[in-house]
Ligand binder design. Structure first.
Ligand code: RTP
Ligand code: MG
Length: 147
């Protein structure tokens, strides 16, 4: 089953959006496999956003993601990498559709609330950067046996 790395960025944590975002993924039908509230070090931020190191906004991006805690998660489900990206909406919240997370809660591109892996390769890399293998649980959900 596919897994992706999702992170509520510092603005999302500060604006009390963790619960709302977790709920959207739960209600969609995905399974939370790991989660933690954490500070991102400079080294981790630079590694995570390495693909952008030559962009003019790299310094601002690393500064922002290390400025306050983030809520890092691993979500599992069919086609979750691509579907999570469409649930998030366009990178620039001004262009993100209403009904998407960025479309509903974001205003500007530097503070766009959420990160999600953009490919299977990114998902594997990012999950490995933020979590140990033992942090990722292997339980299955079976709602009917719990009610
Ligand atoms: P993310 O990696 O955070 O999930 O976002 P994304 O794939 O939709 O966008 P990406 O191109 O990977 O850009 C990473 C983050 O950099 C910030 N950004 N700032 N000032 C700018 O022009 C600019 N462009 C991008 C955004 O916060 C974006 O999420
Ligand atoms: Mg990206």
């Amino acid at each position: 089953m596919e897994q992706t790395f999702i992170m509520v960025k510092p603005d999302g944590v500060q604006r009390n959006l963790i619960g709302e975002i977790v709920q959207r993924f739960e209600k969609k039908g995905y399974t939370l496999k790991a989660a933690k509230l954490m500070d991102v070090s400079n080294a981790l931020a630079e590694e995570h956003y390495g693909e952008h190191k030559d962009k003019p906004f790299f310094g601002e991006l690393v500064g922002f993601i290390t400025s306050a805690p983030v809520f890092a998660m691993v979500w599992e489900g069919e086609n979750v990498i691509k579907t999570a990206r469409s649930m998030m909406g366009s990178t620039n919240p001004a262009e993100a559709q209403p009904g998407t997370i960025r479309g509903d809660y974001g205003v500007e591109v530097a503070k766009n609330v959420i990160h999600g892996s953009d490919s299977p390769e990114s998902a594997e890399r990012e999950i490995g950067l933020f979590f140990n293998e033992s942090d990722i649980l292997s339980y299955k959900k079976d709602i009917n046996s719990w009610v």
